[in-house]
Design a binder for this molecule. Sequence first.
Ligand code: 5GP
Length: 204
Amino acid sequence: MNKKSNNHTKPLGGIIVISAPSGAGKTSVCSAIVKSSRSIVYSISYTTRCPRQGEKNGREYFFVDESEFKKMIEEKKFAEWAKVHGNYYGTSKDLLDSVLKTRRNILLEIDVQGGINIKKQYPQACMIFIMTPDIKTLEKRLTARDKDCKKIINVRLNNAKKELKYLNKYEYLVINKQLNETIDTVKTIIKSLEYKIEKNQKYF
Ligand code: 5GP
């Protein structure tokens, strides 16, 4: 082994992108993952949508108005941003970079447009897609959670069908049949990232 190959820089943390149609269980999975490990930090996005009951500014999202969001776009504050279901959402570039520097992993719970955009800039990002066993089950879950009216549910179902077309941009597909099993599967995928060759340069 020559000297040069020992002269590596320490690897940065990893990016984990989790996308899913709304109602597929992504938020429950993400919060369980973040609670289970101190080395995974949740990326709190900025959004122009109104807070839902129980949501707190700076916890689920940073809630901003449209003019502030657009100013942030101009100032290049976002690693990615997208319009989803009529509202703007964006991932803070500062937060992303600062977490990566601490060599922890950052979890991005974002839509497919955002996921694809992140993957282009950070090819090492781990891309996980969560889905219900089928569209019918998704419809049942959206109806059962009683958060949205029929019209909104239909918009979300149509969006889900569109999102599924981008499945090939992802590396892992986890079918959420049973929440605890899904959480364990996602944890296993994340755990496996530690064994990637590029994460283990100290052995070379
Ligand atoms: P909700 O309003 O239900 O919390 O989220 C709506 C959608 O926006 C979800 O698919 C969620 O993953 C996505 N989303 C949340 N934050 C971001 C973000 O920063 N960027 C992008 N592209 N999508 C996001």
